[in-house]
Design a protein. Structure first.
Length: 400
């Protein structure tokens, strides 16, 4: 008979899944571990507008295979969800094709162009929060007004922090690898400078503020100090920033993402931020592209990698099994903290079942996502998802 070990995030016995054993495949044996369904507040499913990269259907299938039962989709789409009418285009596809819960972001500005605020009030009850992810809001006055309107509407501002004036054509971290190999670098201040600006605005306006995919040691420090002052700020980082740095770069588009992989010191600061609670959650920034868009090397490939199907195995292997984090703390970062911060309900019949004793090499050819670009290709990991259940119904079941 299959033995089930049922776990919840640290301190959250109310999130222990209620398992329907009749849903377990009859061929399973040995010990399996059951977690509440993971929640990712930062994914790109590319539809509408860019369905040659990913669709709501393939993105949610990939998420279910990774153990996720809820995700939040970023608004860099066509049309951009900057109005009720444009949001409805995406919502119709979600209602038709999603196999898990999908909560869309509304854009902060019209077309994500950073010039005019979107219909924040009109969309507020239909979106999880507001973001111009993929682009930083360059104008301080515009961001202040966005925060004031989002606060009045009861929503958070979620920021991709990037100062365009400091990019200078860069595409990887401005570190040793860039200098030795003749690449244009992206300086760390292009990220932490806007974070420092926005933290002050959040303190001034009282708006709830969340920082996307932080990657630098300065970002960690700014957010840590802001929290100590009582600013309503949270942040996320992604598995690749925790597990890789620019000393590991290769001349391959699989290593190109935005923000870029930073230095060893930055990676150490991110781990410290996980341990002391500065970093609130881990999100994948799942960003699929067509194969040809990622086959042009570091300079010319599109920014972004996929991550939904590898996030938990990588983090379990590299952080939990190596004693950096407890499994319950990892669940806090992947389950309860994102749901609590963004008001995403949890149902106890949403869960995912894993065989943590199974080891295998990451093989993008087997992904359910249309995207294949991952710097973790070929790495051995522990933990295979065998079942994901959403609202009491099976949405993913392993074939092996």
């Amino acid at each position: 008979m299959t033995e089930l070990k049922i776990l919840a995030p640290m301190g959250r016995s109310d999130m222990l899944p209620v398992v329907d054993r009749s849903l377990l495949p009859a061929v399973l044996s040995g010990e399996l571990t059951v977690f509440p369904g993971f929640c990712d507040v930062h994914v790109h499913f590319r539809e509408p507008g860019f369905s040659y990269k990913e669709t709501i259907r393939t993105g949610t299938l990939a998420a279910s295979r990774g153990g996720y039962t809820a995700v939040c989709t970023m608004p860099n789409l066509d049309p951009v969800p900057d109005s009720i009418a444009h949001l409805a285009v995406q919502q119709e596809i979600i209602d038709r094709d999603a196999v898990i819960d999908v909560l869309p972001y509304g854009a902060i500005t019209v077309g994500e162009r950073g010039e005019q605020l979107a219909d924040i009030e009109g969309m507020a009850d239909r979106v999880v929060a507001f973001s111009d992810d993929g682009r930083g809001v360059q104008d301080e006055s515009l961001m202040r007004r966005a925060m004031l309107r989002a606060k009045a509407a009861g929503k958070r501002i979620v920021a991709h922090c990037e100062d365009n004036a400091l990019l200078f054509g860069g595409y990887i971290h401005d570190g040793d690898y860039a200098r030795i190999n003749g690449h244009n670098g992206i300086c760390s201040k292009s990220e932490w400078g806007p974070i420092a600006r926005d933290v002050k605005l959040a303190e001034e306006t009282g708006c709830g503020y969340h920082v996307c995919h932080i990657s630098t040691k300065e970002s960690v420090d700014i957010i840590r100090r802001a929290k100590h002052r009582g600013v309503d700020v949270t942040c996320e980082t992604a598995p690749h920033y925790l597990l890789l740095d620019d000393s590991m770069l290769q001349e391959d588009g699989r290593y190109k993402m935005n923000p870029p992989l930073r230095s060893k010191e930055d990676r150490a600061a991110l781990i410290e931020g996980l341990l002391d609670g500065t970093i609130d959650m881990i999100a994948t920034d799942h960003a699929p592209h067509a194969a040809e868009e990622k086959a042009r090397g570091l300079r010319d490939s599109a920014f972004g990698i996929v991550g939904l199907e590898t996030a938990f195995p990588l983090l379990y292997t590299k952080l939990v099994k190596e004693g950096v984090l407890s499994l319950e703390r990892l669940l806090q970062l992947m389950v309860s903290n994102p749901r609590e911060r963004f008001g995403i309900p949890y149902r106890r019949d949403d869960y995912t079942v894993w065989d943590l004793s199974e080891s295998y090499a990451v093989d993008p050819d087997g992904f359910l996502s249309m995207g294949r670009a991952t710097p973790f290709e070929g790495q051995r990991v522990w933990g295979r998802c065998v079942l994901t259940v959403r609202h009491g119904a099976v949405v993913y079941q392993s074939e092996s």
